[in-house]
Structures are given as structure tokens and as C-alpha cells.
Design a protein around this ligand. Structure first.
Ligand code: 8ZB
Length: 483
């Protein structure tokens, strides 16, 4: 099938579906018509898009953790704990790494090992192996909507199983779950895999079943400038809506400078609506998700709570629809349920205290918003030029040309020529622009701010700044100042 943004035709979808449902034995549990009927029985309180719409109308910022363990009963116990003790407004099921790589045989071995040893030997919930009925037990065991969170390049079977299993939100995308998660998988192949996922959700939507889609905003989560992650988020939104998705949560990973982060959250939905309209695509519900700092964390738990709190402040002042919460065990590994719940309570304390405040518009905030809009438009317009109007073709060509370039990405399909560094206020700028299509005005904006940092620190801007910034937060700072 040649790459196109156009809706997958019914025959091609059906052909793929036979193959996908045969990839593991639990695929035969999926019955689309039965699953539609199951979804229609779900109470409104368990439908992600409905709760997001309520929150959007009331200006609420919801809190959601990441969480997943190998065995079904323990996973349910974990989610209930995060709901009851953490106050989670939404729940995840974070999927294990074997399942993310379609290695269901190893996932099965991990389940058996976990049963034998009595603790989770997988770093997430192996939903494909557990199957549809088990997913429904998860959904029926909690009071709030549940979302599939993962990092799967070929996420087709996982989508079939979990959506038939009652999950009402599905994270990821053909770019955002490739570039940061794979080394050697073509962008064309993962865009196609994810067009299947979005078409499946389009088919549910056509039956009146709302399934929300959340492209993975942070990408590598390491000094990713807002315009880069916004460009990917908007493209994945275009690809999803083109297949029939009607409810999108677009995401952004905290960078750490409050003005920049608030400007990023304000501009993301504006850009999405602008480009969906430009391409003549239908209006859809757009919400936003703010990810608390995705880079290196301090080991000291008190400092970790500081980072978590700062992420909660930025999410609240940006009026994000949802914030994804970190835990004080971030520097250590998979958090205990107690640590996970603690991160949630810290976050909700901040959200509750700040819910009646907002960051006033200032010249600095207005300028930051103007720059993010101009930068993202420069990238997206070039993507559409390269694709001759087709966002799917344009995305592949844009990565080939380095027009989209994600810092610190493992994928060999990513140019890796750009180099980000913080300016003296901690905002993320570009030290090296690679082939990103920014005009001289934009480049000067970045250069002069990084030059100012150099003067403040008595050193020439260099790669050392980048290295210092990568370790800064883990060492208790934001800007990687020289010792
Ligand atoms: C984008 C994913 C990175 C983040 O995702 C967290 N993460 C991964 N797997 C689990 C899990 N099984 N339970 C709780 N958190 C998890 C990591 O800590 C990190 O913050």
C-alpha cells in the first residue's frame, strides 16, 4: 500500500485485520460488533473523551499517573490504589517493553515468571497476552477512564485487544512512537501501522463509540524545543483525524522555563485547529496534556518532589487539560505504588491551590507565543510543501531532509543535526539549527539569547552547555551553569 494521508479503504483494512488478529492467540477474542455494544454500556464516567470535555468546559487540569505490572490482579490493585490513595483523575495501563516490540512469547514468559516469583518481572501490563476479558476486568474494577500508555511502533494488535477490552483512550503515533523508541524502523512503516490504529478508532467513532487519541508529545523528553514537538503533534493529529479520529489530546513535555512552557501549551491547540482547518479536515475535540519533566531526575526524593511540583505549577498556570505525573522514584526505576500515589498527591495539592490563578499576559509571554507559532508554522508549511499537500508523505520527506529533527533520538531516520541548549533563563533554544527551516529573524532570536548566557557564564556557547543542561536538573539546577 503506497503511503498517503487518505483514509485506508475498507478492503485494505480488512486484509490487514485478518493478519493482525492472527498475530497472537488472544486476537480471536476480538469481535468488533460485540465490542461496540460493550462500549455503549460503559457509564459516561468511564469514557475518556467525555471526562476530558467536562474538564475543558470547567477549566480543570486533571492528573494522571503512569503504571503497569505483569499480573492482572496486581495491576488492578495498583490502579485502585492510585485512584483511591493518589486521587488519579484518569488511570493508565502502561504496557511492558516486550509487548511494545510485539514479542508476545517473551511477555508470556514474563507472566509465568512473575507468577512463580510473586512479583512483577515485566515493566508494564502485557495487555495482548492477558486478552480482551482481562482488559475488561481492569476497566470494570476502577471508577475513572483508563488509557493505554506504551511506546509501540506496530501498535495494531494492542489497539484491537485493549479497545475491544473497554479502554477509551490510546496514546502514541507513527512518528512519536518510532523516533524516540526505535533505531531502525522506517517512519513510513510506522505511519502506516498507526493509520490502521486510527482507522480502527474511526470505525468505532462511526458506531458512536468515542475513543480519544493522545499522540506522544515529549518525544525524546530531552531539551526538545516546543516547535519541534508541536510540529510532530500536529502532524499526528492530522493523520489521526484523516482516518476518522474525532477526539485528540495533544501533548508537550515540560522544558522548565515557566514562560516558555505556558506559551507552548497556549499555542499547541491553536496550531492544531489552524492546520486541521487549512487541510479541510473536520472540527474535532482538542485537549492538551502537559508531561512533567521527562529528563533526568534527582535521586534525592525531596528534590524530586521539587521537580514534580514545578511541573504541576506549569501545568496549572498553562491551564493544561491533563498533567502526566512523575514520582519520587523517577531516578531509581519503576516506582512503588506508594511513591506513585505520592507524586499524584503532590501534584493535586498544587493543582488545587493554583486552580483560581493564571499567568497574566506579559510582553515576554506574548513574544514566546509569537516565536513558537512562527517556528512551528515554518516547519509545518515546509512539511506540506514536501508532501505536495499530503502530511503523511511530507512527514517522511521532512525527516529525510532534516526539516523535522528531534534532539537525542535513537532512530537512524532522524538527522540528529540540531543541537538544543538552554538560554540564561532556562528556556530551550537551538545552538545548531541543522536543516530546520527557520528564517534569520528566528535564528537571531535563539542566537542572541544563547550568547547572553555565554556572557553571563564567561564562556563561549558550546556543546559543553548542552551536556551541562542534560545533567542540570538531576544535580538540582535548571540551567547547566559551569562549576
Ligand atoms: C515516557 C515513559 C517514561 C516514563 O514512564 C515511566 N514508567 C515506565 N514504565 C512504568 C511503569 N510500569 N509504572 C510506572 N511508571 C512507568 C518511567 O518512570 C518514566 O517516568
Amino acid at each position: 500500500m503506497e503511503l498517503t494521508v487518505q483514509k485506508i479503504d475498507a478492503e485494505e483494512f480488512h486484509r490487514q485485520r485478518q493478519e493482525v488478529l492472527g498475530q497472537w492467540e488472544t486476537g480471536k477474542e476480538v469481535n468488533f460488533e460485540e465490542a461496540v455494544a460493550y462500549h455503549k454500556e460503559l457509564p459516561k464516567s468511564k469514557i475518556f473523551a467525555e471526562k476530558l470535555a467536562e474538564g475543558k468546559a470547567k477549566g480543570i487540569t486533571y492528573a494522571q499517573p503512569r503504571a503497569g505490572v505483569a499480573l492482572l490482579n496486581e495491576h488492578i490493585e495498583l490502579l485502585r490504589y492510585l485512584q483511591d490513595e493518589g486521587g488519579a483523575d484518569f488511570l493508565p495501563s502502561t504496557i511492558d517493553s516486550y509487548t511494545r516490540q510485539n514479542r508476545y512469547t517473551e511477555a508470556q514468559a514474563g507472566i509465568e515468571e512473575s507468577q512463580a516469583i510473586g512479583r512483577s518481572m515485566l515493566n508494564g501490563f502485557p495487555a495482548v497476552n492477558h486478552g480482551v476479558a482481562a482488559c475488561r476486568r481492569v476497566v470494570e474494577s476502577v471508577q475513572v477512564p483508563v488509557q493505554v500508555r506504551h511506546g509501540t511502533p506496530d501498535a495494531r494488535l494492542l489497539a484491537e485487544i485493549t479497545i475491544a477490552g473497554g479502554f477509551t483512550d490510546y496514546e502514541g503515533g507513527g512518528i512519536s512512537y518510532n523516533i524516540p523508541y526505535s533505531k531502525d524502523v522506517s517512519i513510513e512503516s510506522t505511519i502506516k501501522y498507526w493509520q490502521y490504529v486510527d482507522r480502527l478508532i474511526g470505525l468505532y467513532e462511526e458506531q458512536g463509540v468515542k475513543i480519544n487519541r493522545e499522540p506522544f508529545g515529549p518525544l525524546t523528553g530531552t531539551l526538545v524545543p516546543p516547535a519541534i514537538s508541536h510540529a510532530v503533534a500536529v502532524i499526528e493529529g492530522i493523520l489521526a483525524v484523516s482516518q476518522g479520529v474525532r477526539s485528540l489530546t495533544l501533548g508537550y513535555g515540560q522544558c522548565g522555563n515557566l514562560i516558555q512552557d505556558v506559551a507552548a501549551l497556549h499555542t499547541l491547540p491553536i496550531l492544531a485547529e489552524e492546520y486541521l482547518a487549512k487541510l479541510g479536515l473536520p472540527k474535532v475535540m482538542i485537549t492538551t496534556v502537559f508531561h512533567q519533566w521527562m529528563g533526568g531526575f534527582p535521586q534525592d526524593e525531596a528534590k524530586a518532589y521539587g521537580v514534580i511540583s514545578w511541573g504541576a505549577v506549569a501545568a496549572a498556570l498553562a491551564k493544561a487539560s491533563k498533567v502526566i505525573v512523575k514520582t519520587p522514584h523517577e531516578a531509581l526505576g519503576i516506582p512503588t505504588k506508594e511513591a506513585n500515589a505520592a507524586g499524584l498527591r503532590t501534584t493535586k495539592q498544587i493543582l488545587n491551590m493554583l486552580k483560581d490563578q493564571k499567568l497574566p499576559m506579559t510582553p515576554e509571554l506574548a513574544l514566546e507565543e509569537e516565536m513558537i507559532l512562527a517556528e512551528t508554522r515554518a516547519i509545518l508549511d515546509r512539511v506540506l510543501d514536501l508532501g505536495e499537500g499530503d502530511a503523511a508523505v511530507g512527514a517522511v520527506r521532512a525527516f529525510q531532509a532534516g526539516v523535522i529533527d528531534v534532539p537525542f533520538a535513537p532512530s537512524r531516520y532522524n538527522s540528529g543535526k540540531i543541537l538544543p541548549a538552554r538560554d540564561t533563563t532556562g528556556a530551550v533554544r537551538l545552538l545548531d539549527f541543522g536543516n530546520i527551516p527557520f528564517n534569520e529573524t528566528i535564528k537571531e532570536f535563539h542566537r542572541e539569547r544563547i550568547a547572553k548566557r555565554g556572557r553571563d557564564e564567561g564562556r563561549d556557547p558550546s556543546f559543553q552547555m548542552v551536556i551541562d543542561d542534560i545533567y542540570a536538573i538531576g544535580k538540582g539546577m535548571l540551567v547547566g551553569r559551569p562549576r
